[in-house]
Write a protein that binds this ligand. Structure first.
Ligand SMILES: [Zn+2]
Length: 100
C-alpha cells in the first residue's frame, strides 16, 4: 500500500465515523429489526424501502428531540425494513417472498 492509499483510507474512515454518528438513532431503531425478506439482522446492512434516502436525509437535518422525530417515525412506519441485498433484488424486480 502506498502512502497516499493509506492516507486516503484514513480520510474514508473519518467520513464513515461522522456519518455513523449522525445515523445513530436510525441505527438504534434498526438494532432490533431484521430484513423482512431474508431475516438479515446486521444493522449496517439494513435500509428502509422505498424511502431510505429521504428518511436518512431528514433524520440528519432534524434534532433528536422526540417531537422532531415523530414525522420521520411516521414515514418509517410506512416503509419496509430490508437488507441491501434484498433491496437490489426488489429494484431489479426479482420475485421475493416474505418469510416474516
Ligand atoms: Zn434481506
Amino acid at each position: 500500500m502506498t502512502h497516499y492509499e493509506k492516507y486516503k483510507n484514513t480520510i474514508k474512515e473519518g467520513v464513515k465515523k461522522a456519518r455513523r454518528k449522525r445515523d445513530i438513532w436510525i441505527n438504534e431503531y434498526l438494532a432490533d429489526k431484521s430484513c423482512v425478506h431474508c431475516g438479515e439482522s446486521e444493522t449496517c446492512a439494513l435500509v428502509f424501502y422505498p424511502d431510505n434516502q429521504e428518511i436518512r436525509i431528514v433524520s440528519r437535518s432534524k434534532g433528536l428531540r422526540e417531537k422532531l422525530r415523530e414525522p420521520i417515525l411516521e414515514k418509517i412506519r410506512t416503509n419496509k425494513v430490508v437488507c441491501m441485498n434484498c433491496r437490489s433484488k426488489i429494484e431489479n424486480d426479482i420475485e421475493l417472498s416474505p418469510i416474516f
